[in-house]
Ligand binder design. Sequence first.
Ligand code: X2X
Length: 330
Amino acid sequence: LSRYFTALAAAAALSATFVAQAREYSVSTVLSDAFPWGQAAQKWADLVNERSEGRITLRVYPNAQLVAGDQTKEFSAMRSGLIDMAVGSTINWSPQVQELNLFSLPFLMNDSADLDAITGGKAGVLAFEAIEKRGIVPLAWGENGFRQISNSARALRAPADLKGLKIRVVGSPLFQDTFNALGANPTQMSWADAKPALTTGAVDGQENPLSVFDVARIDQVGQKHLTLWDYMADPLIFAVNQRIWKELPEADRELLRQAAIDAGKWEIELSRSLEAQRLEDIRARGVEVIELSEAERQAFAEATASVRDKWSSRIGQALMDAAGEAVAKP
Ligand code: X2X
């Protein structure tokens, strides 16, 4: 009998430990797992679940639903503890973390190699330090992607072609400057409002990575012309509220960090490997795809030089220098 009670007590103790340690956390994203972005968050959740043997659950809440669709409030909500964790875009966090505007500077980066050199080098470290200073713990990089511009009116090959076009932009002031410099008429709105605005013709155009154009079927809301200009790319950042981070045992922190690194790497590779096929599919749907010559792209870069000048002081000299070194061609 006593052996029976001992076993019972041991089982109770075990389950008490289990209950005490089993935790669930919310993870905010803007895009669902129909997109690489949401898949990045789900991969993180799957790896954490598997490696913690079910002890830690990350529940992904897409469509910025934890901030009622207002993606520019995600960072603040994570800092205040309303959201535990997030996989967020540098664009959406830049209102609170000025340094992250680096990635939105038009024509700073030419390709994925430039982006990788920034995120993987000193600039990436400085960007993470800037986030940490604002009370959030950044763990790893993912990728939304190089952003291309589409519109319903005409083929865009030169800055003059943008004149007077109403372009939906994300809620970060830098984008107002970029599209004003190009002679367009930028309108800030959330992703939730973007598709309806395109549908009704309240705006003529938008800019997003090919994955978003493809999966969200932006071709179906009148966006007939798509210019590949690679004017900027927004990385994703896996991050955790600081109080939650501090409460976690060291081993769980390491588990979360490594799972975020692995999920980010996986998603970046996946996202890039699908780009060519996406472009083919977009073309097959009848969208006119405009590819720019180096000189044509350069004309857009020159037209937006003032934006880089104005914003580099807000981003900070050390970060600008580190990014400049990263993208410098020998
Ligand atoms: O709103 C957008 O355009 C999106 C989905 O790309 C971001 O959240 C930055």
